[in-house]
Design a protein around this ligand. Structure first.
Ligand SMILES: Cc1cc2nc3c(=O)[nH]c(=O)nc-3n(C[C@H](O)[C@H](O)[C@H](O)COP(=O)(O)O)c2cc1C
Length: 798
């Protein structure tokens, strides 16, 4: 039993790493606030902690699937749900809870909310209001204030002054404080002074030399409280334009739209080398040959309506009132990783376990290799999106055992050229293939520093950057804060401070998060930012395998896995310095170029001519693993009616459902008992992106689908024609309500969470009110009951 004063237990339940990263931040800051914090994954319940034995607990958990707990929290939640537990079970526990979710999902923060309720039911006492972070608007909007408020709440809970004085931080314009960080940044002018740190105060100094040359007057007093560093100052309103234009990436310079940027930065030679590299990157980026093109860029643009029109210069230019504001920036994360190269070592790269063999929480099977047997383009060349249907062959049917509705995850790699560019920009091209070892800085000040489990301790930089880390994820604020200290130009440094500051939250959301700016984009926009590769590795999150719904059926083709997806194209704009494809869909598109069968009048992959031709040839291999969907499965009883709603690639699981039902139906003793099977499908154009057209028609002919409701949103048609799946739902309201009310139908929705799933929910609200004659509240509660009974399930994504 813990007896230490001011100690709290910090727990996280995380599927993709956000909750884990947030608790890392909390743990990092805890000591400076006077607390001792012990941090564990909820997966380690009863092994590393026993909840009922704790007096002060802080929990951060996300929600996944259709309102489900992350895999790592399943055991913990199951344990607390036991009906036999008395309502005094947690009477000694005091807790604070932060839920993470995405309000585009119907069950927003469901895991956090359920836990919150259950903790209370079991007698635990909430000592601080629960917080709900929403990915739809940016987690930090709620998470940052919640963390800020946590410290005083903990202090109040422990009812005594913190055992250590608060950090104070002062900014100094004197250069005398910036000579002790050369191990991190050879040329950074804004730095921490370790001598001062020891006495729990910090000093930050801006680059006075460059600052003066640029007319920058930003080095005035800053004070830190509650772990937040305050920075005052106005940036460079009288900046020397000629110097700034030299620093700007070439496409931002008047009259100079391409070519190598000449840099004019007063910095060390190492930093200069890297800036030259930055210039090379820019020149490559302006050269279209670098952008990976599949030759269909002109038609494969992402939806323009959804684009925010901003430029790289917006990303790196301060505007009033921010440039005059005092800033509160995050505490500098302490460095902890060290990379050393050993040219004489040997590393057997092809045989290294995937991402160091570290646990993949969502994996229902081990990682396995499958052979790509076909890649069929499902859309015409004039379609806005390119959709690929990928069929993979397993060695035998036991490799991935699955049911319709389950998915597989594909272990993807970053694009080779993008990795090359990033390594070049980091000045690591020459060392990229030399064996290197990752270790911890022996005297790191980071609390509980540990090697990231997904990084092999011995590999090469190219291997780690290609297979292990996500180089696309928009940098988090703590990352930006660390980059400030690696940036020599005062204006760039100030802008990075703004972007990670509390006051700059709107800019961060607009220019970094929503724009999907990657670390390479950022380094292109901030040429004087020259972080070491070790420092970068500390912040790059794990590259996550990407899940895809399976559309094959184990009953009809036991050794085949089929998935269908749009090849994601992301244009060069909004601060993104080069055209790119989605990490996984782009990888598959590139690797199957020679294999892709032409689009042929919307043939289904099951059309026999195509299948025979392509399945016999040895093909490319992919690493995959199976993922079980907890509730998105068709009923075993074929007489139960089902209503499937899946526009676009959302149709994927339903093709699997239909193939499965077709096989089961052929064995039914009395086929007349086969239940109503409705499919709502929609796309833009009947002639361009009607996926699985011939197969759907086959299912209608054979009676596997009893009602097929189609909608084409961009075809020329009478104004009263249904354009979207929800229009058809409203039109068929009477029959649907009858199926739900009288025949126990199950509803399945798959596809886009942001618009479609909400509109479909609303369409059901409308038809329930109209055809049952009930009010809005009653309709809402009717749908809620369906959801609770798992008769209305969603498999949606944002
Ligand atoms: C496949 C998937 C399903 C999700 N389902 C939900 C959901 O039902 N409700 C919700 O509020 N958020 C949902 N989310 C959003 C996550 O909870 C949110 O992105 C969170 O920040 C992830 O944190 P983590 O990385 O710690 O798991 C889902 C996210 C994904 C990728």
């Amino acid at each position: 039993m813990p007896t230490r004063k001011n100690r709290f237990l910090l727990l996280y339940g995380s599927q993709t790493g956000q909750a884990e990263a947030i608790t890392e931040e909390i743990a990092e800051a805890a000591e400076s606030h006077g607390f001792i914090c012990e941090r564990h994954s909820l997966a380690h319940t009863e092994k590393k902690f026993v909840l009922e034995n704790e007096s002060c607990v802080v929990i951060v958990t996300s929600t996944t699937g259709d309102g489900e707990p992350p895999d790592s929290a399943l055991k913990f939640v199951r344990r607390l749900k036991k009906k036999s537990l008395p309502d005094t079970h947690l009477q000694n526990v005091n807790y604070a809870l932060l839920g993470l979710g995405d309000s585009n999902y119907t069950n927003f923060c469901n895991c956090g909310k359920t836990l919150d309720r259950r903790l209370e039911e079991l007698g635990a006492k909430r000592f601080y209001n629960s917080g709900w972070g929403d990915d739809a608007v940016g987690l930090e909007v709620a998470v940052e204030p919640w963390i800020e408020g946590l410290w005083p709440a903990l202090r109040e809970f422990f009812s005594e002054k913190p055992s250590r004085t608060e950090n104070t931080c002062q900014i100094s314009s004197s250069t005398s404080h910036c000579d002790d960080i050369s191990d991190q940044t050879t040329s950074a002018k804004l730095s921490l002074n370790s001598g001062v740190k020891e006495s729990n105060t910090r000093s930050v100094s801006n680059g006075t030399t460059n600052g003066k040359e640029n007319g920058c007057d930003s080095n005035v007093n800053r004070a830190e409280h509650d772990g937040i560093l305050q920075v005052n100052g106005n940036t460079n309103s009288n900046a020397d334009d000629s110097l700034i234009s030299d620093i700007l990436p070439s496409h931002q310079q008047n009259g100079s739209s391409n070519g190598v940027t000449s840099t004019n930065i007063d910095s060390t030679s190492a930093a200069k080398d890297q800036n030259v590299n930055a210039a090379k990157v820019e020149s490559l980026q302006t050269d279209d040959t670098w952008a990976t093109s599949n030759g269909t860029d002109s038609v494969n643009k992402i939806d323009k309506d959804a684009e925010v029109t901003i430029t790289t210069s917006d990303l790196r230019t301060s505007v009033p009132p921010l440039c005059d504001a005092s800033l509160s920036v995050p505490v500098l994360p302490q460095p902890f990783l060290k990379l050393s190269f050993s040219p004489d070592d040997r590393v057997d790269l092809p045989n290294l376990p995937y991402q160091n063999g570290s646990n993949l929480p969502s994996a229902a099977t081990p990682i396995t290799m499958v052979t790509v047997s076909s890649a069929q383009v499902m859309t015409s060349s004039d379609s806005v999106k390119k959709t690929l249907c990928l069929r993979m062959k397993m060695e035998d049917e036991n490799v991935v055992k699955y049911q319709p509705g389950d998915s597989i995850s594909i272990c993807c790699q970053n694009d080779d050229q993008e990795v090359d560019q990033l390594l070049l920009r980091l000045g690591q091209s020459n060392q990229a293939d030399i064996p290197c070892e990752l270790s911890l800085i022996s005297d790191t000040k980071k609390k509980n520093a540990a090697l990231p489990p997904h990084l092999p301790p011995k590999a090469t930089l190219r291997h780690m950057f290609t297979q292990c880390v996500d180089i696309r994820e928009p940098p988090k604020k703590a990352f930006l804060r660390a980059l400030v200290d690696c940036t020599t130009d005062p204006d760039e440094s100030r802008r990075l401070q703004e972007l990670c500051s509390k006051q700059g939250a709107t800019d961060y959301n607009k220019y970094i998060r929503e724009a999907g700016v990657s670390i390479l984009d950022l380094l292109s926009a901030f040429p004087s930012c020259c972080p070491s590769v070790d420092r970068i590795m500390e912040f790059l999150p794990r590259l996550q395998p990407r899940p895809y719904s399976v559309c094959s059926s184990p009953l009809t083709e036991p050794t085949i896995l089929e998935v269908v997806f749009n090849v994601v194209e992301i244009t060069k704009e909004s601060g993104r310095s080069f055209h790119r494809q989605g990490v996984c869909t782009g990888m598959i598109d590139r690797m199957t170029q020679g294999l892709q069968t032409e689009y042929k009048s919307l043939l289904s992959p099951l059309d026999s001519v195509e299948r025979l031709k392509i399945d016999d040839v040895p093909r490319t291999q992919l690493s995959i693993f199976g993922r079980t969907n907890q509730s998105f499965h068709p009923p075993d009883d074929l007489s139960v009616p089902i209503i499937m709603i899946g526009p676009g690639t959302g149709v994927a699981p339903f093709i699997g459902f239909c193939r499965h039902r077709e096989a089961m139906r052929s064995k039914m003793a009395d086929a007349s008992k086969y239940g109503a099977t409705w499919l709502f499908f929609g796309c833009r154009h009947q002639s361009r992106d009607f996926l699985y057209k011939s197969e759907m028609e086959h299912f209608v002919r054979t009676g596997v689908i009893t009602e097929l409701k189609l909608s084409f949103s961009r075809d020329e048609q009478p104004s009263d024609s249904p354009r979207y799946v929800q229009d058809n739902i409203v039109r068929s309201g009477r029959e649907l309500v009858d199926l739900l009310d009288n025949r126990g139908a199950m509803v399945y929705v798959c596809g886009d969470a942001k618009n479609m799933a909400k509109d479909v929910n609303q369409a059901f609200m409308t038809v329930l009110q109209e055809h049952k004659g009930i009010g809005e509240e009653e309709a809402r509660s009717y749908l809620m009951q369906l959801r609770l009974k798992r008769r209305y399930s969603e498999d949606v994504w944002t």
